[in-house]
Structures are given as C-alpha cells and as structure tokens.
Design a protein around this ligand. Structure first.
Ligand code: NAD
Length: 427
C-alpha cells in the first residue's frame, strides 16, 4: 500500500540540524533522545516536556538543555511560539491525540509513537490534522523499517513465491514481557492505556497489511485473559513478592529476581526506577506496580488472541498473539502460488515449488532498538523533512490509520462475537 502514497511536499529545506522537542521522557522518549544524539549533523534534541521531575532532569542533563528548553507538560511547550522544527510524541497511549493535533496545527513535523490514539475518531483527527497542516508524520511502526522484515517484503514483491494466497503470523510476547508490561505495567488495564491488540499487536496487523498490500475487507477475532487472574495464584503466594511469598524463589515472575537481584541496567528492570541501585529497585518493588503478584495485579487485557483477516483478492491472513512463550519474536509463514517462505528473527527460508530447492537468507541484525527499526524510522522521518520527500515515510498518517482501523475492527469482532466488515468502520 505504501507505493500508492501521495508524494506530498513538505515546505522546508534546511542544512541546519533539525531541532526536535521530545514530549514524554519515559522509556521511549529517552530512547528517541539517544537515537537523535547519535546523528548530530542531522538533528539535535532542543527541548523536553516531562512532568516527572527525576526523569525530566535526567533527560535535560543528558542533552544539555537549559531552563528555557525544559517543560513540565507538552501544553507548556506548545503554549509558546513555535521554537523547534519537529516534535516526538512519546507520552502514554491516551495522551497522543491532543499533543499530536496541537503540534501539527502549530506547524511542527511529528514522530508519533504507536498507537496513533486509542479511538478510531482520535486516529482520524490526527490524520485530518496531517492533511490540514501538510507536515511530515511518521508513526513508529518499526517493523516495516526493520531490515529483516523489509527483506521479507521485498522478496514477496519480487514474486519469489508467486502471488500471495495466505499468511500466518505469530507474535510471541514472552511470559516475562507480558507480566512486565501487560499485567503489572502501563498496559495491564485497558482504561489506563488501550486493549492488548492495539497496545502490542498494532505493529503486527500493520505489517500484515503492508505485506498483503491490498485493503482488508473483513475480520474475525477471539481471545481472553485466561491465566493472570486471582484464581490461579499459587498457594502461599502474597499480594507482593516482597510480602514473604512462599513460592517467590521458584516463581517465573519473581519481581525480586527480575528487578532487584538481576541486571538492573537492562530493560525491563530499568523501567522500575530511574535510580538503578539495589536499594532503589527494592523500594520500587515494595511500593510500586512492578512488585505486585502477577495473579493479583488487577489487570484486564487479554493474554492470548487470534485474528483472521480477508483481504481484497481473496488473500487470507491469520495472526496470533500469546503471552505463553519463553522468548519474544515473530514467526511468519507465507504461502504463494509458486512457493512458500518462512520467517523467524533474522532468518528467511524460501521454498519454490518448481525447483524443489530451499534457500536460506540470513539478514544481519542492526543496532538501535527493535533490531534497528527504531533508528530507521527516525532517520526516514528526518530525511523526509529535510529532503521534502514524504514518500520516504512508510508509516505516514494515512497508512497508519488504515492499519489501525483493522485493529479496531478485530477488537470489535472479539467483543461482539461476530465477523466485522471493514466497511462498518470506514464510514
Ligand atoms: N514502538 C514501539 O515498539 C513501542 C514500544 C514501547 C512503547 N511504545 C509506546 O510509546 C509510548 C510511551 O511508552 P513508554 O514505555 O515510554 O511509557 P512511559 O510511561 O515510560 O513514558 C511516558 C512518559 O510521558 C510522560 N508524560 C505524561 N504526561 C505528560 C505530559 N502532559 N507532557 C509530557 N510528558 C508527559 C510520563 O511522565 C512518562 O514519563 C506509549 O504510547 C507506548 O505504547 C511503543
């Protein structure tokens, strides 16, 4: 679908490094700050907006930001006359639509973390603001940019397996990632963030839409929260791992093992506290969300879900997300009229029917978060701004709205127990 993007002109060319303001200096904001700092000839971190003092100060110190460039809230930053070229919105899911629309309306180019927003109306509002402002918008669907995933798409487009007929994609979330983010963490409760398919798997649905390259027509979905519930709490377990839990030492989800006694300098342990001393992490799990028993955390998002999709031309796709894997990653199988392909991590296997051969392609992993995908999103977005080439952005507002609409349709199907036609949502 990206091929049909209108090449919209973006009205500025400059040889000076693009000045970027970061909204939200949490996990992702810090990461984007680091990516920008790696390419000082192209860009510079020029401002930050972050309500949490420790995170704000640490970010400001790291990027050498003076008083006039440090804000407690994105609203404070946007209340001032335009002072930068672009903004990155890395606030939580429910805090995407307002800063995005306001920033676009003030003439800032925008890098927006996924999901665009948590309702279809708000996603549409961002897309409309992009059209109004004609600024460059990139949504951080890093899979499309990741080298191995991009290679798979190229092989498909080259016709290596003929015409695509069907595909299956598995997202292995991994038991610990599920517990960290979708049980104890930010995305455990839908009312505080969004539903699981949007929070975690909008990347997958977006990539499937990208692979197929035709409009999705209808979807069916099933799934539930099956395991991380109070009735599955082991005997002798307690509200918190630090409350003298009888099974803590052998529990796969022990917060003491993962956040305090393990390596505190790597994710997900880094999310627990800005201070990575043993004492600070222990205090964080005694009092904060990450020390809660995974069966008693009050979470409500699903831990497994399947989606079946039919696209124009009769192409079908299935997607499964599950918490119940040891490690994370995606597995994809593509079935074409002249062959099949399998994908896992950086390995692609192509099996054409006519020759009966098997070809293995290994794609070198890149650095920079999400296998280099984050780095490539940022660089594509900056290039699009500098070179006035909107087509360099694979995940612009229009493309992202299209794939988000499929996600909303799938969730509607899961809740209503029926097949949902995309035309119902497209309006
Ligand atoms: N692309 C990906 O693969 C990927 C991965 C993880 C998270 N995300 C998305 O990135 C976003 C941020 O996630 P995170 O893990 O960094 O969350 P986080 O909670 O660590 O960071 C969000 C930050 O926004 C700050 N904030 C809240 N209100 C604000 C305001 N009014 N003005 C400025 N800042 C404000 C918070 O204090 C917090 O520091 C989420 O939407 C999430 O879904 C994307």
């Amino acid at each position: 679908m990206s091929k049909s993007l209108p090449s919209r002109s973006i009205s500025r060319a400059s040889s000076k490094p693009l000045a970027v303001a970061v909204f939200g200096a949490g996990g992702r904001g810090v990461h984007f700050g680091e990516l920008l700092a790696k390419i000082p000839t192209q860009t510079r971190v020029a401002a930050v907006a972050e309500p949490r003092a420790a995170y704000r100060e640490a970010f400001a110190k790291k990027h050498g930001l003076g008083e006039g460039a440090v804000f407690k809230d994105w609203r404070e930053f946007l209340a001032r006359p335009k002072s930068c070229d672009a903004v990155i919105v890395a606030t939580m899911d429910r805090e995407h639509v307002e800063p995005s629309v306001a920033a676009l309306d003030q003439g800032y180019d925008l890098l927006l973390e996924k999901p665009m927003a948590v309702t279809i109306e708000d996603c549409r509002a961002i897309e409309a603001a992009q059209r109004r402002s004609k600024r460059a918008v990139a949504v951080c669907h890093s899979l499309r940019y990741h080298k191995a995933f991009a290679t798979l798409k190229n092989l498909l487009d080259e016709g290596r397996i003929g015409k695509l007929v069907s595909l299956d994609q598995l997202e292995a979330v991994a038991f610990l990632h599920q517990a960290h983010s979708f049980v104890r963490g930010n995305w455990g409760r839908e009312a505080e963030s969004t539903f699981m398919l949007m929070a975690k798997s909008c990347h997958d649905v977006d990539y499937i839409c990208h692979l197929v390259g035709a409009p999705c027509l209808r979807v069916s979905s099933f799934g539930s929260l099956s395991y991380f519930r109070p009735e599955h709490a082991p005997k002798g377990s307690t509200e918190r791992c630090t409350d003298g839990c009888a099974v803590e030492e052998t529990c796969p989800y022990s917060a003491i093992r993962h956040y305090v006694n393990g390596n505190r300098e790597i994710w997900p342990a880094t999310a627990v506290s800005p201070d990575h001393s043993h004492a600070a992490h222990l205090e964080a799990i005694r009092k904060g969300p990450y020390g809660r028993c995974v069966w008693r955390a009050g979470n409500d998002v699903v831990d497994h879900q399947v989606v079946a999709m039919e696209f124009k031309g009769g192409i079908t796709a299935t997607f499964t997300m599950t918490a119940f894997t040891q490690t994370g990653g995606r597995k994809i199988r593509l079935h074409g009229t002249e062959g099949e392909m399998e994908f896992f991590e950086n390995r692609i296997v192509v099996r054409p029917f006519a020759s009966g051969n098997t070809e293995e392609i290994l794609v070198k992993e890149e650095e920079g978060g999400h296998g280099g995908g984050d780095d490539r999103v940022v660089r594509a977005w900056l290039r699009a701004i500098r070179e006035k080439k909107a087509g360099l952005i694979l995940t612009n507002a229009q493309e992202s709205l299209r794939s988000h609409t499929v996600v909303f349709a799938a969730e509607k199907s899961r809740r209503e127990g029926r097949t949902v036609e995309l035309s119902e949502l497209r309006g």
